[in-house]
Design a protein around this ligand. Structure first.
Ligand code: HEM
Length: 400
């Protein structure tokens, strides 16, 4: 990449964080069309919204570092030490290499698929008991299934799904606590103490008895204790919300597209494509941060050294220069890589776990057991967030 000058970044002073929270897609569309690399004063960062721009960032981690200053400091504070997500290679690769073996598709299918299925079946009964007039797919199924899957993958035996959910939320809030809200730190510190106490008992046992869990893989990788512990907490923060949101996103999308729902119910081999298309169309992580290590030019726009950059994969995934009729949910579209799991060196470590646990097991099971499942228009649903976006309530109903 050269540093010969082109234009300074245009300023998108019309971007309104409140509007992003309600529905980010109109803002994404306008940014992509008018200024795909823009300075956004309301967010104090540059936003990159085109597919090509987001990919270019991930192809050059020497210029676009994951070790961002503000968010890096809060993440280290929240998790007790800096985890792999806020490091560049080769340091990052060392930690990432430690958890990869536990999350390979073969291992997941052989060892974890039966566990994922058991968890899904257990909570399907809870949903069924709630009944078609009262069931909330988020509360009764998506959240507890995602939480229990993570408890098992991490090998944190005996942890209650509600504790896992609370820790996950506390770590996410702490990681984003740039304004130093003391209440957020209190909840985050309490969660950290609880997880540290649990690991204090578990790690000596795992050293003697490896069990195939992510925590066991980290313990046996030779990483120092602080790094084992920070990466367990990173996985707690990153491994629950998005799978949870994908359960509800898929059901929401299929309920609005009855033709596509019929297609997949008639041909279950389409489930992986349904999941992938939903991650593209309703990306649960809308944006993640990077920081420039030097002055650089990105897609003809000059960025200074130390520029805070938002990689807006939620916008890039609807880039019409890459995806035909990109704004539509279409499970028959030609397969093409999207950026919903990130890309490059930090490509989501748990993407196979999510594809298998949610895309191949938890969602298909819902429709096998309750074939008429759909969102319930009699009760209201709610969405929240844009950096992390998902349904916080999704009433569902069924007949028979
Ligand atoms: C649909 C579900 C999921 C989505 C959409 C998702 C998305 C992402 C994205 C976009 C990143 C990159 C962030 C960045 O570069 O700053 C990431 C990283 C990561 N994810 Fe996921 N994730 C999902 C599920 C999971 C699960 C189930 C786990 C664990 C079991 C997990 C663990 C991680 C870890 C450890 C990283 C850091 C990887 C690294 O730094 O090399 N994720 N995820």
């Amino acid at each position: 990449m050269t540093t010969t000058s082109t234009a300074a970044a245009p300023t998108a002073d019309w971007v309104d964080p409140a509007a992003l929270m309600i529905d980010p897609y109109p803002t994404y569309r306008r940014l992509r069309d008018e200024c795909p690399v823009a300075w956004v004063p309301a967010l104090s960062r540059y936003l990159v919204t085109s597919f090509a721009g987001c990919r270019a960032i991930e192809e050059d981690q020497e210029t676009f570092s994951a070790a961002v200053s503000g968010g890096g400091a809060t993440m280290a504070r929240a998790l007790g030490a800096q985890p792999m997500l806020r490091k560049d290679d080769p340091e990052h690769a060392h930690e990432r290499g430690a958890i990869n073996p536990a999350l390979r598709p073969k291992t997941l299918r052989e060892r974890w698929a039966p566990v994922f299925e058991r968890n899904a079946r257990t909570h399907l009964e809870v949903l069924r008991e709630r009944g078609p007039d009262d069931a909330d797919l988020n509360r009764d199924y998506a959240a507890p299934v995602a939480s229990q899957n993570l408890v098992d993958l991490l090998g944190l035996k005996g942890t209650h799904v509600e504790d896992m959910r609370r820790w996950s939320h506390a770590f996410i809030a702490g990681t984003g606590n740039l304004l130093d809200d003391p209440g957020i730190w209190r909840r985050c510190d309490a969660a950290r103490d609880e997880v540290d106490a649990l690991l204090g008992e578990l790690l000596p046992h795992l050293r003697e008895h490896p069990d195939g869990s992510i925590t066991s893989a980290l313990v046996h990788s030779g990483l120092p204790l602080a790094q084992v512990s920070a990466n367990v907490k990173l996985t707690i923060a990153g491994g629950m919300n998005e799978p949870q949101h994908m359960v509800t996103n898929v059901v929401w999308a299929l309920s609005r597209h009855p033709d596509q729902r019929e297609l997949v119910l008639g041909d279950p081999t389409r489930w992986p494509a349904v999941f992938d298309e939903a991650v593209r169309w309703l990306s649960p992580i809308g944006m993640y941060p990077r920081e420039t290590t030097r002055e650089t030019v990105l897609r003809d726009v000059l960025l200074p050294t130390g520029a805070p950059v938002g990689v807006v994969v939620g916008a890039a995934n609807r880039d019409t220069t890459v995806f035909e009729h990109a704004e539509s949910f279409d499970i028959t579209r030609p397969r093409r890589p999207h950026l919903g799991f990130g890309s490059g060196t930090h490509l989501c470590a748990g993407h196979w776990a999510a594809r298998i646990a949610i895309g191949e097991i938890a969602v298909p099971l819902l429709y096998t057991e309750l074939p008429s499942l759909r969102t319930d228009p009699r009760r209201s649903e709610s969405w929240d967030g844009w950096v992390f976006r998902g349904l916080t309530a999704l009433p569902v109903t069924w007949s028979g």
